[in-house]
Design a protein around this ligand. Structure first.
Ligand code: BES
Ligand code: MN
Ligand code: ZN
Length: 475
């Protein structure tokens, strides 16, 4: 728990110094002894000096950005926790950034240091509950707006952590039914209307491709529809891939890839976390979240490589590979969102392709979009959130690669550009003339190692991006 107060004093004192900047009076000697020079993110903890403890933080010599602030405060949060310092006084440095956003980024960084997902039972192995009070002693700006900003980022971080928890939980805990129930429980509390459709209703709706992917599993599918309406503007749909487990099906995954495939509902996690934060912040938007949740399993009832299946849109699909299942579930979900739920814009998020790891590593989310302007808005919202997005070319020539000899479209293509063709496959089911952005988060939603403030495993990527897009914060 991290509490904050504005314009209050007391606690360990945090000082910021530019590179080679001298500290006040007696501190200099200590800093010189410790060889502190004020490099960006350099930090030194001086316990009990003149009654108070102190932490000095380097700001480097160049101008810094919001992401630097997040990283600095993440590290600060860790130091405070390690040293059981429960109260700090922070005089924020003067930066050429918007004060409100700087404050929010600082608080976000502290919150980032709180996250942990573990099932260990020995208390020694876990982060203990840590109470921290942050007194922001001096800051320019109207108190009310700053307070409001801090509350807003609190809710966004709760959404990020919700997304992370859902994705980190393994497939014995999160399966379509439990995902639907948890979503309902978490979101209805904050004012989102959650409808859960069971198999017979999904059948009535006509989601034939989705149901074929779900066919082999004992854990039956659920369609989760989340409505949050708080404006007179057009509705936007957020569609998240919701494979609570992806074994690959009869095109079974290899031993190295299969173990963490509970992460294949990363898109769903992001959509649910985003809806949570938007509603908690009472954002002025109309948004509908859609998750077609199922497992991709092997059994006598499974779909098979080579099958030709139907879809809600009516296009026939050749299933060249049962492991390219995400795009099949998304095909029906994006069609439903844009044709039946009346969304005028759509973003889908999916842990869709291994190929995106080869293209962009764990650093950038890969995007495909049919609308330059809409895409730029999403990219920019990502940038200010510290969540990088890079667009693949939207080119008719790639669409040819999804052509089938026997059906309207095929779910794989064997000529490279796997992330583009996967995205374009999904795009083929979006209603015509609807601006659409597809985000392939296969590498950014679930990390192989911790990096800066992001933990190993689930990151909750793009909860921040989508909140900044749909509920922007001014200065
Ligand atoms: N869920 C996977 C993609 C994935 C890979 C997510 C790595 C997270 C980490 C997806 O369903 C998949 O299996 N894609 C195949 C597509 C191929 C068969 C065309 C892939 O990328 O190998
Ligand atoms: Mn797969
Ligand atoms: Zn998958």
């Amino acid at each position: 728990m991290i509490k904050f107060n504005l314009y209050e004093e007391g606690g360990l004192k945090v000082h910021f110094l530019k590179k080679n900047e001298k500290a006040e009076g007696e501190f200099n000697k200590f800093l010189e002894d410790k060889k502190f020079i004020g490099k960006l993110n350099e930090m030194i903890y001086l316990p009990i000096l003149n009654d108070d403890s102190h932490i000095f933080i380097g700001l480097g010599e160049d101008e810094i950005g919001l992401e630097d602030i997040r990283n600095i405060f993440f590290k600060l949060g860790n130091i405070l926790r390690e040293n059981k310092e429960h109260k700090v006084e922070i005089k924020m440095p003067e930066l050429s950034l918007c004060n409100r956003k700087t404050l929010m980024a600082s608080y976000e960084g502290l919150r980032q240091s709180e996250y942990e997902f573990t099932k260990k039972t020995d208390l020694e192995d876990k982060k203990e509950d840590f109470e921290l009070t942050v007194n922001y002693s001096a800051f320019n700006g109207p108190k009310e707006k700053l307070q409001e900003g801090l509350e807003k980022i609190t809710n966004i971080m709760d959404g990020v952590f919700l997304a992370r928890d859902l994705v980190n939980e393994t497939a014995n805990v999160i399966y379509p039914e439990s995902l639907a129930n948890i979503t309902k429980e978490k979101l209805e509390k904050v004012g989102v209307n959650v409808k859960i459709y069971e198999e017979d209703e999904i059948e009535k709706i006509g989601m034939k491709a989705f149901l074929r992917v779900a066919a082999g599993a004992s854990n039956r599918p659920r369609l989760i529809v989340m409505e949050y309406n708080n404006a007179d503007t057009d509705k936007i749909a957020l569609v998240g891939k919701g494979l609570t487990y992806d074994s690959g099906g009869y095109n079974l995954k290899s031993a190295s890839g299969i173990n963490y495939m509970h992460c294949d509902m990363g898109g769903a996690g992001t959509v649910i976390g985003t809806m949570y934060a938007l509603a908690k912040n009472k954002a002025k938007v109309n948004v509908v979240g859609v998750v077609a949740a199922c497992e991709n399993m092997i059994s006598g009832t499974s779909y098979k490589p080579g099958d030709i299946i139907d879809s809600m849109k009516g296009l026939t699909i050749e299933v060249d590979n049962t492991d390219a299942e995400g795009r099949l579930t998304l095909a029906d979900a994006v069609h439903y969102a844009t044709n039946d739920l009346g969304a005028k814009k759509i973003i889908d998020l999916a842990t869709l392709t291994g190929a995106v790891v080869s293209a962009l590593g764990e650093v950038y989310t890969g995007a495909v979009s049919n609308n330059e302007e809409f895409y730029k808005d999403v990219e920019e919202a990502g940038k200010i959130s510290g969540e990088k997005i890079w667009a693949f070319p939207y080119d008719e020539d790639f669409k040819k690669l999804n052509k089938s000899e026997v059906a309207d479209i095929k779910n794989t293509s064997n000529n490279g550009a796997g992330s583009v063709t996967a995205g374009l496959f999904v795009g083929a089911f979006v209603k015509e003339n609807i601006p659409w952005v597809h985000l392939d988060i296969a590498a950014t939603a679930y990390k192989s190692k911790a990096e800066n403030y992001l933990p190993k495993r689930a990151t909750g990527v793009h909860v921040k991006t989508l909140n900044n897009l749909l509920d922007p914060t001014d200065c």
